[in-house]
Design a protein around this ligand. Structure first.
Ligand code: 3PG
Ligand code: MG
Length: 394
């Protein structure tokens, strides 16, 4: 991908505007529950600060109503965390689009939630021009938001004097390209989650490329239905059975496979107190809900993973939040950790599983993207990256 890179630019004394993705999960009191995205944004920020740039950073947080900034929309807790990580105070600027605030060389300010500005979501040109006027260099480091064409991710790149990719954006592009172009084989994809419908495009794209497509969660249940199994009251989408069948047929025709569970863990409810039963997949009763893969299936998945060359991981295979349904995902996580394959992982649930099973250090690359990660793997052109490519030559 031809984009200008921050590391190649002289930023000394320049006004640098960094669009980061600091959209982190918070509890009801606004405390940050998980700060991976903030930490992942540090290298670009440090690079600019150490070289004496005047640094402005902004991000969205949630999906606020434009023109309002409610208490739950503010980046204030993020300014605090960023300050702790950088070891210097981070001033939060509330109304910033029209300028009128000073940033010294070597100083960093955080510009309040960019989605509170009218016109952000629709990529308004006037707004983009005003924001571009604030800086000498625009840096897009928000890979997690690269699938959105908004004023801070897209429009501003057209009007800023220079537009480049930050270090996180560059690392994401490199790692995801490595896993998709010429991957070491066998290439194994793991796609878990509740619904086939939300991941149909990615399943179809992967079905044309991968050697094994491991499906998990509600997605696997729909595939089990398609292969003629009874699934009781398990979460599934019967209306997508034909699509699931087509994917399995396509894989088979290529000599590839969708390994389906031979045993499962069932219960009659999803709760921390639910009683779990391990049974062969042919013994699922009319009131059972499949909530994890069983030990035989886990062992088979572990074996596939052990022999993989490249692994792309998005989504758990069971309801791993509850320990009695965590076995399959835990076994898989451990197999990935021990495998010599290059593994890229992305998506909120996947990151939570990586944290729960303490395997972060054993994953080749952990993407900060959820939707953006999937769209990149689908081979789509992400609008934020396209906007940087358009500014490569000048
Ligand atoms: C995400 O969390 O996936 C990104 O920050 C994008 O957020 P959005 O889905 O609200 O655009
Ligand atoms: Mg989201």
């Amino acid at each position: 991908m031809n984009v200008k890179k921050l590391a190649d630019l002289d930023v000394a004394g320049k006004r640098v505007f960094i669009r980061a993705d600091l959209n982190v999960p918070q509890d009801e009191a606004g405390n940050i529950v998980e700060d991976t995205r903030i930490r992942a944004s540090l290298p670009s920020i440090r690079y600019c600060l150490e070289r004496g740039a005047a640094v402005m950073v902004t991000s969205h947080l949630g999906r606020p109503t434009e023109g309002e900034c409610r208490a739950e929309d503010t980046l204030a807790p993020i300014a605090v965390r960023l300050g702790e990580l950088l070891g210097k105070p981070v001033r939060l600027i509330r109304d910033w689009v029209e300028g009128g605030f000073e940033v010294r060389a070597g100083e960093i300010v955080l510009l309040e939630n960019c989605r509170c500005n009218k016109g952000e979501k629709k990529d308004n040109e006037e707004l983009a021009k005003k924001m571009a006027a604030l800086c000498d260099i625009y840096v897009n480091d928000a890979f997690g938001t690269a699938h959105r064409a908004e004023a801070t991710t897209h429009g501003i790149a057209r009007f800023a004097p220079v537009a480049c990719a930050g270090m996180l954006m560059g690392a994401e592009i490199d790692a995801l390209t490595k896993a998709t172009e010429n991957p070491a084989r066998p290439l194994v994809a793991i796609v878990g989650g509740a619904k086939v419908s939300t991941k149909l495009t990615i399943l179809k794209t992967l079905a044309q490329k991968v050697d094994q497509l491991i499906v998990g969660g509600g997605i696997a249940n729909t595939f089990l239905l398609a292969s003629g199994k009874r699934i009781g009251e398990s979460l599934a989408e019967p209306e997508l059975v034909k699509e699931a069948q087509a994917i399995m047929d396509m894989m088979k025709a290529r000599g590839a496979e969708v390994p389906l569970p031979v045993d499962v863990v069932v219960a009659d409810e999803v709760s921390a107190l639910a009683r779990a039963n391990r049974i062969p997949v042919d013994e699922v009763g009319p009131h059972d809900r499949i909530l994890d893969v069983g030990p035989k299936s886990s062992a088979k998945l572990a074996d596939i993973i052990a022999h993989a060359g490249t692994i792309v991981w998005n989504g758990p295979v069971g309801v791993f939040e509850h320990n009695q349904f965590a076995g399959g995902t835990k076994m898989m996580a451990s197999a990935i950790a021990h495998s010599e394959a290059f593994c890229i992982a992305g998506g909120g649930d996947t990151l939570a599983a990586i944290a729960k099973f303490h395997i972060a250090q054993d994953i080749g690359y952990i993407s900060t993207g959820g939707g953006a990660f999937l769209e990149f793997l689908e081979g789509k052109k992400l609008p934020a990256i396209a906007a940087l490519e358009a500014r490569f030559a000048d």
